[in-house]
Design a protein around this ligand. Structure first.
Ligand code: DAH
Length: 344
């Protein structure tokens, strides 16, 4: 076979093989076999020396054409291979957007948080600041600063978890009052929501941990009228404008005079039912005019300033609001119970 015939043969074989290969590895093998340094084409070119001077350029050109043709074919094959791979990947990674999604269970707010947030909104709209106080509190802030000295019989009203001589778990959010009055000058208008603790036996209406929201207003010329107006508005916002509000005389060492506030039962409208234990009224908070001793102890002159304070029981508010029959449900975290408040 002449060199030219050999070149033709290489071209024909090469092109045929480049039409037919299984994968990238085989394609590369073909390329090396025909076009590589030790490939067939190079082997032919090495024989060029045997040719006459006239033949050499002609065969050389023919060889270049063969090389060019094979290189083009390799290039095309590489592209075809890439397209095939891409198509394959697209097909295997296709996402079926019509498949139903995996639904993650959504949590909701705890009923106590729902009520607490609502109260915060109401008081914020009346210009109150929200403050936080520590649950582990000193005897001073929880009692002494509130006009309850060490041996005062009023301590019996609140069975206390002591953590040492001077530390305790706060029994009332009222503990925040003196902390605020020591730091801020009047006018003061704050509410302090949070957990409180008392060594009570657990039953349907008692829990050793429960929740309160303390309120405190101190300014010049604050009177019992302000207290009544503020708490009446609060009761109407939370229970509706038709709700009746009743102020009963009471006693708290840190207020004088002191009151307890009842609202007409929203369940029976005052006729008497299971929720209000037949009385037609539900007690929601204690309140009063801040005792001069308390103001004085915090460096506020009671001849210049006066104030009122209140403590709302959040658990009672929540159980009556949602007709929850047992306070323990609020603390058990039973999902069947909590799920009922989703989206409320
Ligand atoms: N701290 C009282 C309690 O836990 C509630 C209370 C009553 C708070 C009167 C007050 C208040 O601020 O003025 O029973």
């Amino acid at each position: 076979m002449s060199i030219r015939e050999q070149l033709e043969q290489i071209k024909k074989d090469g092109l045929r093989e480049l039409e037919n290969f299984a994968d990238a590895k085989e394609l590369d093998n073909i390329r090396v076999r025909y076009l590589g340094k030790k490939g067939e084409l190079t082997a032919i070119l090495k024989q060029m020396g045997k040719l006459s001077a006239e033949e050499r350029p002609i065969v050389g050109q023919a060889a270049n054409e063969v090389r060019q043709a094979l290189e083009n074919a390799v290039q095309k094959s590489v592209e075809r291979l890439k397209e095939k791979e891409l198509a394959h990947r697209l097909a295997s990674e296709t996402v079926d957007v019509t498949l139903p999604g995996k639904s993650e269970p959504l949590g909701g707010l705890h009923p106590l948080s729902i009520v607490q947030n609502e109260l915060i909104d109401i008081f914020q709209s009346m210009g109150f600041d929200i403050v936080d106080g520590p649950e582990v509190e000193t005897d001073y802030y929880c009692f002494e600063a509130l006009n309850v000295p060490k041996d005062h019989p009023a301590r019996d009203m609140q069975d206390t978890f002591y953590l040492g001589d001077n530390l305790l778990l706060r029994t009332q959010t009222s503990a925040a009052q003196a902390r605020v009055m020591e730091k801020r000058n009047p006018p003061i208008r704050i509410v302090c929501p949070g957990r409180v603790y008392r060594a009570d036996e657990v039953d349907a209406t008692h829990s050793p941990v429960f929740h309160q929201m303390e309120g405190l207003v101190v300014d010049k010329g604050i009177t019992m009228c302000d207290l009544k107006g503020c708490l009446e508005q609060f009761a109407h916002e939370i229970y509706g404008p038709e709700t009746k509000v009743r102020f009963r005389p009471s006693f708290f060492p840190f207020t004088e005079p002191s009151v307890e506030v009842d609202v007409s039962c929203s369940e029976c409208g005052g006729k008497g039912c299971r929720i209000c234990k037949g009385t037609g009224w539900i007690e929601i908070l204690g309140a009063g005019m801040v005792h001069p001793n308390v103001l004085r102890g915090c460096g506020i002159d009671p001849d210049v300033y006066s104030g009122f304070a209140f403590g709302i029981g959040l658990d009672r508010l929540t159980t009556t609001r949602y007709r929850i029959s047992d306070i323990r449900l609020l603390f058990e975290n039973d999902e069947r119970f909590l799920d009922q408040f989703q989206g409320k």
